[in-house]
Design a protein around this ligand. Structure first.
Ligand code: SF4
Length: 554
């Protein structure tokens, strides 16, 4: 079934008339690369760059790196060049890539299902302190990101990560990225089904597999059997969401084609119920469709969401069944509306085995290596060997005996890791932004952290669940379109008519069964300096005018 330029598809190639001719779809025989990215992927598999990093680049240094590896294939191993310090956001779109490139890298560690042992977390923290100037951000895809990585140190970092079962394989690039998983899989009292075995099998079959290492673009996935809908399944290329089938029992509802950035689209249900042991096969079918039929002509139309939008769910399901699975899927129910208002598992909760898990919040996912090492030590000292990262830039300590909970909570709070955070700290996320990201126009992490502090000081009584997501550019790494208040970084004019950092405001987005994109309020832009005043005004007005039971997004 694998379709590659060297290995034609076993699905019957078809040439269809119409507007999709020439989209670069392998399954219809369009193997000629139609852009530079497709060319470098055809020239050499991104996975192969690892050998060059280990044998050449790490020994000869940054200047020895082939440009197609530097800005292309190194992503297959989680490496991006970071932004040169001191370049303002107004130059982002003007400068050539080599002018923006620093000789240091961001390195992303994939944490499938967000699962970490205390030993793994300790190693992540130690690497941060030794090789990454102490940096280590928790991302909203359950990963950890380092900055300031030198190419010379990458083989040793890989050795240490892999020694404890972690990797950076396909953490970036046109590949099957990290598989999101419920952060409380296997432990939550109210779990419908534990998706962990499926995540492990998907990792084993598909990650680092050359049959799936040249996709049209990134492929984001999520598996959660939590009724809290805790992995943002609506905005993944493929998602498996726990449901109880009236005849067949617990399994997963299949969603495809979600994705944000420009042209955001929510995933659609295929109306199919998938039992746990078939999840990897279905994942294989969907990623196969993406590889074979995905549009490769334009990067801006290459995500799976465009194919799903063109085909519609019925045709997508039919091709999945007929050409890839070779069997019919069972029809199934939709997930139910979650009862809780937050999806993040913060606070203290009893596990199904009687022990407890404790979720806590740093500010906007910003921690550091020393803190991560201390968290690992603290968890270990309280009898825990396991932690989880969440899709909201937060963390959870698992398996804590009741007698240890109070002391653990005190230890976390003493490190400014809040177990019962304000709604602002709980609901605010920020992407990497101009500090390290070459695409950024504005500062985000520090802006988000200071916004949280300001709001806590100004309106301490505010008790409504609220999400405030801050992006440094029009991309959507911090999911601005599905936040109550989404802030898209751009240059704006201040009162004097000068260009300054600021944000386009989107209001009223949401995830969940009432998911929708926020409205871009025409003309509503705020400067970064005005941001706390603006958000405070919006929140106070909502608080004054809300009706009983009304959520911000409604
Ligand atoms: Fe960079 Fe833009 Fe993504 Fe933020 S949203 S991390 S600025 S690409």
């Amino acid at each position: 079934m694998a379709a590659t330029p060297d290995k034609p598809a076993t699905v019957t190639p078809r040439r269809k008339a119409g507007r999709h001719r020439g989209e670069g779809q392998w399954a219809v025989g369009h193997f000629t690369p139609l852009n530079g990215n497709e060319q470098f992927k055809k020239d050499d598999d991104g996975l192969n760059v690892r050998t060059r990093i280990e044998t050449i680049y790490s020994k000869r240094g940054f200047d020895s790196i082939d440009p197609n590896d530097l800005r292309g294939r190194m992503r297959w191993w989680g490496l991006y060049t970071q932004r040169k310090p001191g370049i303002d956001g107004g130059k982002t779109a003007i400068l050539e890539p080599e002018e923006l490139d620093d000789e240091y890298f961001m390195l992303r560690v994939r944490i499938d299902g967000g699962r970490l042992t205390t030993e793994q977390l300790r190693v992540i923290g130690e690497i941060s302190q030794e090789f990454a100037r102490g940096t280590a951000d928790l991302t909203d895809r359950q990963n950890v990101q380092y900055h300031w990585i030198r190419i010379e140190d990458v083989p040793e970092i890989w050795r240490r990560l892999e020694e404890v079962g972690l990797s950076t394989t396909e953490a970036c690039g046109d590949t099957p990225r990290v598989i999101l998983g419920s952060p409380v899989a296997g432990i939550a009292e109210n779990e419908i089904i534990d998706g962990t075995p499926a995540i492990d099998e998907i990792q084993r079959r598909f990650i680092g597999n050359p049959d799936f290492s040249n996709l049209p673009r990134k492929f984001k996935s999520a598996v959660s059997g939590s009724p809290q809908l805790d992995v943002a399944h609506e905005i993944n290329d493929i998602a498996f969401v726990g449901v109880d089938h009236p005849e067949h029992g617990p399994g997963f509802d299949l969603w495809v084609g979600g994705g944000l950035s420009t042209n955001p689209k929510l995933g659609v249900r295929l109306g199919a119920w998938v039992p746990l042991d078939e999840v990897p096969d279905v994942y294989g079918g969907v990623i196969g469709i993406f590889r074979d039929y995905g549009y490769r002509r334009l990067r801006t139309r290459a995500r799976l969401k465009f194919l799903v939008a063109d085909w519609g769910p019925e045709k997508f399901r039919q091709i999945l069944e007929d050409e890839y699975l070779k069997y019919k899927l069972v029809d199934g129910p939709a997930p139910e509306q979650p009862t809780g208002t937050w999806r993040d598992h913060l606070g203290v909760h009893q596990q199904k085995d009687g022990r407890f898990y404790v979720g806590f919040a740093p500010r906007v996912g910003r921690v550091d290596g020393a803190t991560l090492t201390k968290i690992a030590d603290l968890a270990g000292a309280h009898g825990s060997g396991r932690l989880r990262t969440t899709a909201e830039q937060k963390m959870i300590v698992l398996d804590v005996e009741e007698a240890q909970v109070e002391s653990l909570v005190a230890g976390l709070e003493a490190m400014d890791l809040r177990v019962t955070p304000s709604p602002f700290r709980r609901g605010t996320m920020a992407c990497t932004g101009i500090e390290f990201c070459k695409l950024a126009i504005v500062e985000t992490k520090a802006r988000g952290a200071s916004l949280i502090d300001e709001l806590e000081r100004r309106i301490p009584e505010f008790d409504e669940p609220i999400t405030i997501n801050i992006n440094g550019c029009p991309n959507a790494c911090a999911r601005i379109q599905v936040a109550d208040i989404g802030l898209k970084g751009q240059l704006v004019l201040d009162d004097n008519g000068d260009q300054v950092e600021g944000f386009q405001v989107h209001l009223g987005g949401a995830l969940g069964l009432e998911a929708g994109f926020g409205r871009k309020v025409r003309g509503l832009k705020v400067t970064s300096a005005e941001l706390p005043d603006y958000v405070e005004r919006v929140l106070l007005r909502f608080q004054e005018q809300r009706e009983a039971g009304e959520r911000f997004a409604t």
